[in-house]
Design a binder for this molecule. Structure first.
Ligand code: HEM
Length: 466
């Protein structure tokens, strides 16, 4: 691909993906973004250009692109700012973790690392299980057809509230969900026009979320005044605001408060919904999930080690993230001309990094469209080859909540399949997917609650050593 002319290296012309006049690849991409990136990779190679939503975008994809993200060249050559700027501006904030790079980003990640880590759930598995039970009692009634993604969105908002602020803001769940969906659709994924934010539904939800933000800020200020800031994400963020008000500014507190919901709501809800589909659809899987879940909840106390030890269920979750990744590609802007695989992507261009492309390649995952949780077991470890599996992204902005997400999703799946007897609704249902704001199962995906397998029973809290 690289030619030599008069001793100068010139890079090959970047191919353009053929599309429909004016709208380019918008429809193909909107229908199934993961399949689009794979198809274009097969047809054009690891570097190509697309026209989507009226924007010209460069794409680099495949194993080498995924690996680039974690190298110095990738770190120095790519920034995140533009993608999240409108979101930051909407809140009148100075920054969010997702929108800053370099030293500032490292500093903010360090502040938030503990609050987003698996330790945020330590000693709280009984509470998470109770939230799961409350959510099951409210949203998963026997004999009914359940809209799966929405039901999980409610469950996860409560869990994140518990983890991040020590309180599950039940009365705000609906508003948080509406707020996030509108903001992601208009300002981040940009698949809806901005005037959608004028809708009364959004304005009402947004006002309520602001109100929640103000309450929490007042509450955390009061804790700080008495020297009793709690050990959770908001406690750490508030402490950082006190220590360095120039860096964590007062006007940033509201967006930092909403951040965990933006990061966790759709990602987790879509993944556990996809996982539920894979479990119910694939012969032989449900029985193994139920056996593992029942063994877990035969215990009186559940610990982090127990949840991480759910090998089969964790395999199902990994497989759901391989087949239905919520981040099909990562979006960045080039800091300077970036050479990659014999091509040069010019400075200040928007670029998609198609990290999920290898997920669908036979070369790395034999029979790639088969839901096969055992790919990840010790004997096979198909995901361990460099660059082939990146559901949590790669590089400096890779998911800070990865370990926490894994345990939260483990609790959700184990509790649901321990408690309820579920089937696809209708029984032969074939999954429909959506692409916005987050790729995943369509909102119409439903399951039927055929009955209760085991009653709700409270766990004994884990006693943690100091
Ligand atoms: C299935 C669950 C999840 C998946 C697949 C996932 C995936 C991702 C991906 C791909 C990114 C990188 C985006 C980019 O580079 O542009 C990311 C970033 C992030 N995620 Fe997750 N995520 C999940 C759940 C969560 C949860 C539950 C939390 C915490 C509540 C969380 C917190 C974050 C944060 C804070 C970032 C931003 C990191 C940064 O910009 O430095 N995630 N996530």
């Amino acid at each position: 691909m690289v030619a030599r002319v008069d001793d100068e290296m010139v890079t090959a012309k970047i191919p353009r993906v053929k599309g429909i006049p004016f709208i380019g690849s918008t429809l193909e991409m909107a229908k199934d973004p993961a399949a689009f990136f794979v198809r274009a990779y097969r047809d054009y190679g690891p570097v190509y250009q697309v026209n989507v939503f009226g924007r010209k975008q460069y794409v680099i994809a495949g194993v080498e692109a995924a690996k680039l993200m974690s190298t110095k060249k990738g770190r120095d050559g790519l920034r995140s700012k533009e993608f999240w700027q409108d979101f930051v501006d909407h809140f009148g904030a100075s920054k969010t973790l997702t929108q800053i790079d370099g030293d500032e980003h490292r500093k903010m990640r360090a502040i938030m690392r503990r609050g987003f880590s698996r330790e945020a759930a330590s000693g709280r598995y009984h509470l998470l299980t109770e939230i799961g039970d409350k959510s099951i009692a409210r949203d998963w009634r026997e004999g009914e057809s359940i809209p799966v993604v929405e039901a999980f969105q409610y469950m996860i908002v409560q869990m994140i509230g518990e983890m991040m602020s020590g309180d599950a803001p039940l009365e705000y769940v609906k508003d948080i969900r509406t707020n996030i969906l509108f903001l992601l659709n208009t300002l981040v994924a940009r698949v809806r026009p901005k005037f959608f934010l004028q809708s009364p539904k959004f304005k009402k939800a947004s006002k309520r979320v602001d109100e929640l933000g103000e309450k929490l800020i007042a509450q955390f200020k009061a804790y700080a005044d008495t020297g009793e800031l709690p050990d959770n994400l908001l406690g750490d963020v508030y402490q950082a605001h006190i220590d360095d008000p120039e860096f964590v500014q007062a006007r940033d507190l509201s967006v930092l408060l909403t951040g965990p919901y933006v990061a966790g709501l759709d990602t987790v809800a879509n993944t556990v919904a996809a996982c539920t589909y894979g479990i119910l659809k694939t012969p032989g899987v449900l029985e193994k999930v139920q056996a593992e879940a029942d063994a877990l909840y035969a215990k009186d106390t559940v610990t982090e080690a127990d949840i991480r030890g759910l090998d089969y269920i964790q395999g199902c979750l990994k497989e759901a993230m391989r087949l239905w990744p919520i981040a099909v590609a990562q979006m960045r802007t080039t800091n300077h001309d970036l050479e990659f695989e014999g091509h040069t992507i010019p400075k200040d261009e928007l670029i998609f990094i198609g990290t999920s492309v290898p997920h669908f390649m036979e070369e790395y995952f034999p029979d790639p469209f088969k839901f096969d949780p055992e790919r990840f077991n010790e004997e096979r470890r198909e995901h361990m080859k460099p660059g082939v599996y990146a559901p949590f992204g790669r590089g400096p902005h890779s998911c800070l909540g990865q370990n926490l997400a894994e345990v939260l999703m483990g609790v959700i799946m184990a509790r649901l399949f321990h408690r309820l007897d579920l089937s696809l609704d209708p029984p032969g249902y074939v999954l429909k997917t959506k692409s916005a704001p987050t790729p995943g199962p369509s909102m119409s995906f439903a399951v039927k609650v055929k009955g209760e397998r085991n009653p709700a029973k409270n766990l004994i809290p884990e006693v943690l050593e100091e």
